[in-house]
Design a protein around this ligand. Sequence first.
Ligand SMILES: Cc1ncc(C[n+]2csc(CCOP(=O)(O)OP(=O)(O)O)c2C)c(N)n1
Ligand code: SF4
Ligand SMILES: [Mg+2]
Length: 288
Amino acid sequence: MSAENPEYDFKWCPGCGDFGVRRALESAIQQRHAATGIAIENNVVVAGIGCSGNMVHLLEGDQPFGIHGVHGRTLPIAMGVKMTNPDLNVVVVAGDGDFLSIGLEHIGPQAGRNLNVCAVVMDNGVYGLTKGQSSPTSETGMITSSTPYGKVEEKTHPLSLYLTLGVSYIASAMSSKVKALATTIVEAMEHPGFSIVHVQSPCTTYNDTYELLKGSVKKGIEPQAWAIPDDHDSSDMRAATELLSRGGIPLGLLYKDTTRPDFQSRIDSMTKMSGSKSTEDFLDLLAI
Ligand SMILES: Cc1ncc(C[n+]2csc(CCOP(=O)(O)OP(=O)(O)O)c2C)c(N)n1
Ligand code: SF4
Ligand SMILES: [Mg+2]
């Protein structure tokens, strides 16, 4: 359980975007409980390593189950949890470093499987916990503790990446818009397949992007974030690709494919087809 652990004394910095994500996740879990009557303990939060992953220790109110695992390995752990108990609602919480750097190799396989888990990715464009090194989503040229002369690499565009890899539900959100984020997380949890809610969650200590995202009339800064229009057809991959080509950070539901079976349904069909009745039967088939 993720009940408060007195030996784990971690606090987010004032203004950290992860506070908003936490409130949204708590609300989404409560909303699911209120709508379905399913116990809070039916939810399992699988956390990455980072300021963002510490969410699993900081959730307030009724406690879901929680696993604070290994850096970059949220998706394999989530798969293990979901496959051993398909009735659980499994939610991954991870940072841009955890999910898109060391953990990048796991996104494609889970997209291919359409594993029925929901990933909430907190993107602050930096490695916050380890004191501000550049991450895949740091801007090219950004000066950080690991890039004193500026980041050399091109930045990763996570939404395009998810779309290309075949993730079946992709939404983009802002940590400061808590109510909208909670609604999105509820929808993503309900989606029968692999869903990613990619959240702009600024790091006030090492990469404070609030002003860039929201813009400032006074300073003549155009907002990077913009709302996906209501008439966007989220079932249309071409329309999603076209939206992304406009640049900036689109906010809202980018893509949703409800036509693909999820991993468990594929496994169930295969089990039926193979004539195996149980895991024991299957293991017997392999016995020499
Ligand atoms: C295998 C391994 N490599 C490196 C680290 C060190 N490490 C801990 S957190 C982290 C990056 C965190 O960045 P991010 O996922 O963006 O989370 P944030 O702190 O920004 O929320 C790194 C490199 C580790 N704990 N384990
Ligand atoms: S270092 Fe950044 S990401 Fe980590 S708690 Fe502080 S503000 Fe949040
Ligand atoms: Mg980060």
